[in-house]
Design a protein around this ligand. Structure first.
Ligand code: HEC
Length: 191
């Protein structure tokens, strides 16, 4: 019974996706639309302090690109992790919509392959995380050393990801590395 239903559900889901994707794409494509340009300014005012005005992240907070409008709104009103709630008293729903439109217009982050660090790599990743865990009290050099050592142990996509984290720490965007490390160390579900 359940088996017979599945293809029907799959087809229905495909139908839905086919109906809803063209408008979604055209709105994402209009990167210069009024909502997006207003959203950009609103983002800089309300979010830029932590995420940088262009959303690419700082030592404190990660890149925001690669999220849907729903995810952005949920993160602002009911944040996961170390971000504090920004309520409707500080930021209206209408302005939040515009901010979400801006975030959706940003070039998405590449989804990286499923990476499983070895035990030896984990030791360095943990040490790197501890070094940048508290953004007000970071040991940037220690994080760089440990990420370099992890990258030297790894190869291919894994080494590439470690090198990207290292570059983020160097570029004073350690928030990106902290976020990635949390996922690699299994402290946060991937989303
Ligand atoms: C006071 C600093 C601060 C401000 C202001 C702030 N954020 Fe954040 N934000 C964070 C931190 C820190 C995280 C990382 C949370 C974690 O993973 O522990 C985060 C995470 C996020 C994420 C999820 C990133 C991911 O990859 O999972 C999104 C989306 C986001 N913020 C959007 C916003 C938007 C939109 C605003 C403005 C309306 C905003 N933030 C304002 C600190 C801030």
């Amino acid at each position: 019974m359940f088996r017979k239903l599945l293809p029907v559900i799959a087809i229905a889901a495909l139908g839905l996706a086919a109906c809803s994707s063209p408008p979604a794409q055209s709105s994402a494509g209009s990167a210069g639309g009024p909502d997006v340009s207003q959203g950009k300014a609103l983002f800089a005012t309300n979010c830029g302090e932590c995420h940088s005005d262009d959303g690419t992240g700082t030592d404190e907070a990660p890149n925001v690109a690669g999220h849907t409008a729903e995810q952005v709104k949920a993160q602002v009103r009911q944040p996961e992790g170390d971000m504090k709630t920004i309520g409707a008293d500080k930021l209206s729903d209408a302005d939040l919509e515009k901010i979400a439109a801006f975030v959706v217009s940003l070039p998405g982050e590449e989804a990286h392959p499923d990476i499983k660090p070895t035990e030896e790599e984990m030791i360095h990743l943990k040490a790197a995380f501890q070094a940048i865990e508290d953004h007000e009290n970071m040991d940037r050099d220690a994080a760089i050393t440990h990420l370099d050592q992890a990258a030297a142990l790894a190869s291919g996509d894994t080494a590439k990801l470690y090198e990207e984290m290292l570059e983020a720490v160097k570029a004073k965007k350690a928030g990106n590395a902290r976020h990635e490390l949390k996922e690699l160390l299994g402290m946060e579900a991937e989303h």
